[in-house]
Design a protein around this ligand. Structure first.
Ligand SMILES: Nc1ncnc2c1ncn2[C@@H]1O[C@H](COP(=O)(O)OP(=O)(O)OP(=O)(O)O)[C@@H](O)[C@H]1O
Length: 446
């Protein structure tokens, strides 16, 4: 059996080493943290079965840590240790649900007995499962907790779920968590980015193809729907799915059968659909770019992921988490951020949300020559992040718009002439102008 893991939190290095040794000798795996904040990062990353924390610590003390843990995990036992133990504190703590309150100097045998008692009461019950499914989602904000509660509820059904939120808010992470907490957890989670696969290939990617069904199809391919059978299919950027494919997707969802390209037989599939978008799908429906019937089919339940700007209280925890990852990957020992740097992180606008925050932390950490990352590195990383390179589609659109404006200026708004120069017929050219939101009247010389 795997060793049970205990998270030990104390700001006194000597005590931490001493207790680590003792607990390891007693057969436990031990994780350590030197502050409440660090403890939260470790807790989120590794879901220990028990937490033992000192009460008196700077900034986040033992009780605050206990409360922060309770917000994300309602049952993991927490033992609090203090040198200044007093009866009222102990009573208060245990009334709030702290498993036990021990005073220093600690009697080794007593502590081990308490640990055993605590682990016995918690083993086999839900907390570990609860913690595991949301592993990797670092948060302490109430909005995220409410969202995760909703995820857990929704996961019990097979209802299609649409996850909405700005780019980089963690939609895919949430979809995975939903899968992990559902009954389909032991079956595959298959992500598909609908905007990254060329339109011509998307159909066979999703539904599969028969051997020889088109040139290059040397073998039959089962497709992602069947790969996700009994599991979850995550359709990312669903708003970009081309209209002809939307029709086919709707049919598959209605019939619960896929028909591979070039095949006549239909195959039954049992797939839970979770889709995600950062677009305004209702607007796309109005613009006839997204089918209304498909919209309702996919959007049985909506999960709205808040932007990072709406949950700034998560920022300290997230930066600590990303810094920890960076330190481990690069064998560095950067301790944290200067107060000014943390302030800058807390106040930045974060249009790219958590993905952007991760990039900024990594970039600043990589360039830092000191143990505390200075604010200058954060400011320059934020500046660089803001110089955003447009996507290919955005760049093409911008080029097209400039080109068309030039043509119409040259021809004084004469569409027939402009179309001739662009080597398009008039109807096509009007469509192109429309797509680029350009009205030729604006260029007419009065
Ligand atoms: N709460 C979180 N805790 C830790 N990491 C997170 C959290 N949310 C997002 N991330 C990280 O941020 C990055 C972006 O997350 P993800 O890909 O899930 O976002 P998304 O909303 O699906 O983005 P897009 O719309 O661009 O596809 C990933 O590296 C992910 O691991």
């Amino acid at each position: 059996m795997d060793k049970q893991t205990i998270l030990l939190v104390d700001d006194e290095e000597d005590l931490l080493s001493l207790w680590t040794l003792r607990l390891e000798n007693a057969g436990y795996a031990v994780l350590t943290a030197r502050s409440g904040e660090e403890a939260m990062a470790v807790f989120n990353a590794s879901s220990p079965q028990l937490v033992i924390t000192d009460l008196r610590m700077e900034k986040m003390d033992g009780m605050a840590l206990y409360q922060a843990i309770r917000e994300i995990n309602t049952t993991v036992p927490v033992l609090i240790i203090t040198a200044h133990g007093s009866i009222p504190e102990a009573v208060d703590a245990t009334q709030k649900g702290v498993f036990a309150f021990l005073t220093k100097p600690i009697d080794g045998r007593k502590l081990l007995a308490e640990i055993e008692r605590a682990l016995k009461t918690s083993s086999g019950s839900g907390p570990l499962a609860t913690a595991k499914w949301r592993q990797g989602i670092i948060s302490r904000s109430a909005v995220m907790e409410q969202l995760l509660d909703k995820v857990r509820l929704v996961a019990r059904s097979n209802a299609s779920v649409l996850i909405r939120g700005q780019s980089g808010t963690g939609k895919e992470l949430l979809a995975k968590a939903l899968h992990r907490v559902s009954e389909r957890a032991s079956r595959p989670f298959v992500p598909v980015n609908c905007s990254a696969i060329p339109e011509a290939l998307l159909e066979s990617e999703l539904f599969g193809h028969a051997r020889g069904s088109f040139s290059g199809a040397e073998r039959a391919y089962e497709g992602l729907f069947r790969a996700a059978d009994h599991g979850t299919l995550f359709l990312d950027e669903i708003g970009d799915m081309p209209l002809p494919l939307q029709v086919k997707l709707l049919r598959v969802l209605q019939e619960r059968q896929v028909r591979p390209v070039g095949d006549t037989a239909a195959i039954n599939v049992d797939v839970r659909i979770v889709s995600a978008t950062h677009q305004d799908l209702e607007q796309r429906v109005k613009d006839k770019q997204f089918r209304e019937d498909l919209y309702y089919r996919l959007n049985v339940v909506t999960l709205e992921v808040p932007s990072l700007g709406d949950r700034r209280e998560d920022i300290p925890l997230l930066v600590e988490h990303f810094l920890g990852l960076f330190n481990r990957q690069n064998e560095r020992t950067i301790v944290g951020f200067s107060p000014e740097a943390m302030e800058a992180l807390l106040e930045a606008p974060w249009p790219g949300n958590i993905r952007q925050l991760q990039n900024v932390v990594e970039q600043a950490a990589a360039l830092s020559t000191t143990d505390l990352i200075p604010v200058t590195l954060i400011s320059s990383a934020l500046r660089e992040e803001n110089v955003k390179i447009p996507s290919f589609d955005e760049a093409r659109f911008a080029f097209g718009q400039r080109y068309l404006v030039q043509l119409l200026q040259m021809t004084g708004g004469n569409v027939a002439r402009a179309a001739r120069i662009a080597d398009r017929n008039r109807t096509d050219f009007y469509k192109i102008l429309n797509r680029h939101h350009i009205s030729p009247h604006l260029f007419k010389n009065e």
